[in-house]
Design a protein around this ligand. Structure first.
Ligand code: OAK
Length: 837
């Protein structure tokens, strides 16, 4: 179709026909320009931090070009978009990811070299934006990368916290210390502040009826301001948007305080607005229940929905068609208040009736559950919701009334069922169950691994599953091979690309199956081992620098890094390390000859208020000190607690793993995602039949994993046996380790007493003592198998080849096809008006 082109468009076209050139000298000029004009530094003398910032700005310029084109293209084609709503996005550093996705790493390397800088060093200047806790936040980031790469029309929406995840330090005595993470100190060159994209968000106040509809008035109003970060896809021009909201005082005056002449309190009350987006709650999979947290949720959800509805309304059409252009994914229950908020917008602002509003709302939302831990299922007291969001409480009551009416019709007289299915939990105080609201208001509900999705149906929502079985789906998690292989592990990626004679596996992981045919090749085996050694060497150097301890790259690198949580059983790991230490102490010189040396690495943050988790960190540090300083042990065992585990540290150490530990009590880890990253990087797993471990085993084969422990279906019974005295472990190694802890060999009794108490049969909820022997057996198999390095490396090659299922590209395609109904829409240049002149 002919496109109308105005005179102005032609002029703009004539000066801007060219995209930013990609050759080394042009890039060099772009960087130096930013040093001078953006940073206002002299171009003859600038340091690495300024080199980083100028480089980042120059990359951002390119992303803005493709971002604008992509968004204009989506609008023109009037495509359906998915909006991924998440309280957390753990993006990690941007620079290297952007360069690789844009395919211009080597040019930037060249340009920086001419300026006297090393790209690697420059990349290290970037702060890691830690706007998430762990798995859930990092999954959102992998999903953004895959959405862009697959060319799906998508936006991410979240909160621009001023303070991200705390920085973890370890005191001299081995305790965790939390330091606030003011990550914006040196600015954030990746974001674009949109002072013109802003929405009012109200809290508190009262509800009036004006004869036509309800109005929410008074209370407090804050303004949400948008900050956009472009998200490039790999090997595509498409660039998506991550829009994070920041809270600022509403611009209108509070005339009441003015007339009272109370200028200072007027200003102070405005200052309070900024608190809403000030700090990420550092709680992983536990519920804080704090008023500010609910405020954060409504703040970002309300701004997002206003933005989404405004975008939809640019074209003249009824809002009852919203679901044809909009899919909204709720990343856990955190954005679930959006179901009530969209109803409110429909009815109170857009004059829709209840039925039409509800029919559309339930066609828009879908909900992902990320945990079955009861302490993580969000519930808000009715009193709090009523006070903070009075109109939403009314709407939730009405949603519940209509929903229960249906239940009563079908199951007259079944009061228990009614209680179980109610959004409101009757009790003192009455609570709103956000997960039930999410299920009732969504067209699909999914878990994140096969076993977990089964538990979502059977344990969390059995009554709902019975009514609407097709509503419940499984979407097994995945991770992006761009960040977790290509970028984090260039050594192995280079080997893979050479053998496959293509680097297309980076966006088509299934191609790695082609590696399997070479598994017997001595050359390939050698190259895999060399890549591993390179990665282990880097980590060994890091250990030398941080701990002053030399470790050999011949030792087996054994890694467990994840949030510290009792269900993840870091305690079981450290107990087995103590047993290993005791065993080594008893070895004869001949036995020591046969013993496989290990470097045990543990890392992760404990929520500041999670006392037991902090004790576990203290114990690990105590064991580390005793073991590493024991001359009898030498190289055979070294233990390190890596401080401040985050995305950047993960990228550094995951490629160095020989074995990694994913040892949760069966049924408790929804999926896990680092398990996938570790295997993709040429390591094997010791783990339980839990989360995605089960599917990894299905894909790579039982021979390539070290599986142990009780199965999910055995857990309830085992718990009862422990609790009521039918079972007591008899593992003498465990008894010895516990005795040493009791004698305060590794830490003081402030730590050892509560830890041991938790291991008593009636208290051992996570079944550490029950799974212990089976775990030790699996560890012995690991040692034995590692002695045969050829067979070991073959296992890692086979595993890397078979991990295709766990690319987040596969996951996102499934969401796109089965939940969102999206179409891949790669940008086609000729169709954008000003480029068709
Ligand atoms: C965090 C807060 C509340 C509820 C769940 C979480 C969370 O991080 N869950 C984790 O999500 C990951 C991504 O789906 C899973 O891989 C982890 O198993 C799960 O614990």
């Amino acid at each position: 179709a002919a496109v109308e082109v105005s005179e102005k468009d032609k002029i703009i076209h004539n000066i801007m026909t060219q995209y930013l050139p990609r050759d080394v000298d042009s890039i060099l000029k772009q960087i130096v320009n930013h040093v001078e004009y953006t940073l206002a530094r002299t171009k003859y003398n600038f340091d690495e931090q300024h080199a980083y910032q100028a480089t980042a700005y120059s990359v951002r310029d390119r992303l803005i070009e493709s971002w604008n084109d992509t968004q204009q293209y989506f609008t023109e084609k009037d495509v359906k978009r998915v909006y991924y709503l998440s309280m957390e996005f753990l993006m990690g550093r941007y620079l290297n990811n952007a360069l690789l996705n844009l395919g211009i790493e080597s040019q930037y390397q060249g340009a920086l070299k001419k300026l006297g800088f090393d790209l690697d060093e420059v990349e290290h200047q970037e702060r890691d934006p830690g706007l998430g806790n762990g798995g859930l936040g990092r999954l959102a980031a992998c999903f953004m990368d895959s959405l862009a790469t697959i060319n799906y029309p998508a936006w991410g929406y979240g909160i621009r916290y001023k303070y991200g995840m705390f920085e973890q330090r370890i005191s001299k005595e081995g305790y965790q210390i939390e330091i606030p993470d003011y990550w914006l100190t040196a600015g954030n060159p990746w974001e674009i502040e949109r002072l013109d994209v802003k929405y009012p968000v109200r809290f508190y106040g009262e509800i009036k009826h004006n004869g036509k509809h309800y109005e929410w008035q008074g209370g407090e109003v804050v303004t949400a301001i948008a900050y956009d970060s472009p998200i490039p896809g790999y090997d595509t021009y498409n660039t998506l948007n991550l829009r994070l909201w920041s809270a600022t005082p509403a611009s209108e005056f509070d005339l009441d305080s003015f007339s009272r002449g109370d200028y200072y309190s007027a200003v102070a009350s405005k200052e309070a607005a900024e608190k809403i987006s000030s700090v990420l709650y550092p709680n992983d999979a536990t519920e804080a229940g704090k008023e500010l947290r609910l405020k954060q949720q409504h703040f970002f959800v309300s701004a997002t929905l206003q933005d989404v509805v405004r975008r939809f309304k640019k074209k003249d059409r009824p809002l009852t068609e919203l679901h044809t252009k909009v899919a909204i994914q709720l990343n856990d229950t955190h954005p679930t208040i959006g179901i009530a908020e969209l109803m409110r917008i429909f009815m109170d602002h857009e004059s829709m009736g209840w039925s039409a509003a509800w029919a559309t709302t339930t066609k828009v939302f879908s909900y992902t559950n990320h945990t079955v831990l009861p302490e993580a299922l969000e519930r808000w007291s009715v009193d709090l919701v009523e006070k903070l969001l009075p109109r939403h409480m009314q709407i939730i009551y009405e949603i519940n009334r209509r929903h229960l009416e249906e239940v009563v019709k079908k199951y007259p007289g079944d009061g228990d069922k009614l209680m179980r299915m109610s959004i409101i939990e009757e009790g003192f105080p009455k609570m709103v169950r956000m997960a039930v609201l999410a299920v009732v208001g969504s067209h699909h509900v999914n878990g994140v691994a096969a076993i977990h999705s089964g538990l979502v149906k059977s344990r969390l929502f059995p009554d709902f599953y019975k009514e609407q079985p097709d509503k419940f789906l499984n979407m097994t998690n995945g991770v992006t091979p761009r960040r977790w292989m290509q970028s984090a592990n260039p050594a192995l990626s280079e080997v893979i690309s050479r053998w496959l004679e293509t680097d297309e596996w980076v966006s088509n992981y299934e191609l790695c199956r082609g590696l399997e045919q070479f598994v017997d090749s001595a050359d390939m085996q050698r190259e895999f081992r060399e890549a591993k050694r390179t990665n282990k060497k880097r980590v060994a150097e890091r250990i030398k620098k941080e701990f002053g301890v030399e470790v050999s790259t011949d030792a087996m690198f054994d890694i467990q890094v994840k949030r510290i949580h009792e269900y993840k059983r870091q305690l079981m790991n450290v107990l087995s390390i103590i047993c290993r230490y005791n065993a080594i102490k008893r070895m004869t010189p001949a036995e020591k000859e046969e013993c496989v040396p290990r470097v045990c690495i543990i890392g992760g943050k404990a929520a500041a208020g999670y006392v037991i988790a902090k004790h576990i960190i203290r114990l690990i540090n105590g064991v580390s000190k005793v073991v590493n300083n024991d001359k009898d042990v030498g190289d055979l065992l070294k233990v390190f607690f890596m401080t401040n585990y985050n995305v950047t540290l993960a990228e550094d150490i995951i490629p160095a793993n020989d074995i990694s530990q994913h040892i949760s009590t069966a049924g408790m880890e929804a999926s896990g995602t680092s398990n996938m990253k570790f295997v993709m990087n040429g390591g094997l797993i010791i783990g339980t039949m839990d989360g995605a471990n089960i599917e990894i085993r299905e894909e790579i084969g039982n021979d390539n994993m070290f599986i142990f422990g009780l199965l999910e279906e055995e857990i309830d019974r085992a718990r009862n046996e422990l609790k009521y005295g039918g079972y007591q472990h008899t593992d003498s190694r465990l008894q010895e380790a516990m005795k040493q802890i009791e004698a305060n060999k590794y830490c003081g009794k402030d730590v050892s007493e509560p830890l041991l108490k938790n291991l008593q049969p009636y208290n051992d909820y996570y079944l550490v003592t029950r799974d212990f022997s089976s775990y030790m057996d699996a560890q012995a198999r690991v040692d034995e198998e590692y002695k045969n390095q050829t067979s070991w490396v073959k296992k890692t090659i086979t595993s890397v080849a078979r991990m295709g299922k766990f690319s987040s590209d596969r996951t996102i395609r499934e969401y796109g096809e089965q939940i969102w109904n999206l179409e891949a829409t790669p940008f086609v240049p000729s169709s954008v008006a000003y480029k068709t002149v």
